[in-house]
Design a protein around this ligand. Structure first.
Ligand code: TYM
Length: 325
């Protein structure tokens, strides 16, 4: 039997090249080897206020992005979180075994709640419990994610272990898959921060749907560090980040990237990087237009059916073990 993958992204803001390189690229690469479930996590999206019409549209757009990025619905299960109500049900159960203290330690809550826990939503606080529910429902072996989700995966493992200890062996303990390169793509404007969908400064991110002109401008404006040579250097996060993007999109080794730009300046490097991104995104952007609503609906309905058959089995076991059913 194939091992199982679960991962997801939120249909908020615009997907950027960090989401692609840190997560989606690996989802595509792993889908042959694993039985994969890729979810559009719309229930996570509402932990911050969303315009209902926009949310619905973004949910479908994100499905298109998954498919255009190379997720093959014949191989992988693609579905919308809210189409499988077991996610919210198991989240409730897990919230009864999670502890306030462990959720209070989640750095993403501190960031998104802007340190104001008095005003932050309860959903934002318990967000990682819903994420644990997503993963555990499918008896997942591997969760391909970027570095920012690592802490949430550790919590997922802790909750699964606690449940297994208290109620008997129920959940498989999932492992993270965090790529050695690309798990933390940084903002082009503030390389001390990650590239983020919720960044107010759009110049910090290359969005997957940016046009050629916008990409070229954003790369031109990307901040650089002191020093002129184009090479990987942890102490120069800006150039390191730009070179990482180049490396992952071209598939070259780090040494080949450095020798490719030896003796060249930032002007040359940035022009070539922009061109590489534009060429990489061109077929992707073309493909996105291919999926009409009817076809998309069919893929998502089929995906939800398959997901539900597995999720409901896990939830039944959970209820039985807890004396609920
Ligand atoms: P989200 O929607 O913020 O991001 C989707 C994926 O992109 C990765 N990512 C990055 N990788 C590299 N560099 C970056 N700058 C960068 N920014 C984001 C994220 O790590 C993520 O893998 N809570 C999750 C969604 C989720 C989920 C799940 C993921 C809900 N349930 C279950 C895995 C399993 C989130 O908000 O991702």
């Amino acid at each position: 039997m194939k091992k199982r993958i679960f991962s997801g992204a939120q249909p908020t803001g615009q997907l950027h090249i960090g989401n692609y390189l840190g997560a989606l690229k690996n989802w595509v690469a792993l889908q042959d080897e694993y039985e994969s479930f890729y979810c559009i996590v719309n229930l996570h999206a509402i932990t911050l206020p969303q315009d209902p019409k926009v949310l619905r549209q973004k949910t479908l757009d994100l499905a298109r992005i998954y498919l255009a990025a190379g997720i093959d619905p014949e191989k992988s299960t693609v579905f919308i979180q809210s189409d499988v109500p077991e996610h919210a049900e198991l989240a409730w159960i897990l919230s009864c075994i999670a502890r306030m203290g462990e959720l209070e330690r989640m750095t993403q809550f501190k960031d998104k709640g802007k340190g104001n826990s008095e005003r932050a939503g309860v959903g934002l606080f318990s967000y990682p419990v819903l994420m644990a529910s997503d993963i555990l429902l499918y008896q997942t072996d591997l969760v391909p994610i970027g570095k920012d989700q690592k802490q949430h995966l550790e919590l997922t493992r802790d909750l699964a272990e606690r449940f297994n200890r208290d109620f008997g062996e129920t959940f498989r303990i999932p492992e993270p898959f965090i790529p050695p390169v690309g798990a933390n793509i940084l903002s082009l404007q503030e390389p001390a921060k990650k590239m983020s969908k919720s960044d107010e400064n759009a110049n910090g991110s290359i969005f997957l749907l940016d046009d050629a002109d916008t990409i070229t401008k954003k790369i031109k404006r990307a901040v650089t560090d002191s020093g002129t040579d184009i090479r990987f250097d942890q102490s120069r996060p800006a150039i390191n980040n730009l070179l990482t993007i180049f490396q992952l999109l071209t598939g070259k080794s780090a040494a080949d990237c450095e020798s490719h730009f030896e003796g060249k300046g930032y002007g040359h490097f940035k022009a070539e990087l922009a061109e590489t991104i534009v060429e990489f995104l061109r077929p992707f952007q073309e493909k996105i237009k291919e999926y009409d609503e009817i076809e998309l609906d069919k893929i998502l309905k089929t995906g939800a059916q398959k997901a539900r058959s597995i999720a409901s089995e896990t939830l039944n076991t959970v209820y039985e073990k807890m004396g609920i059913n």
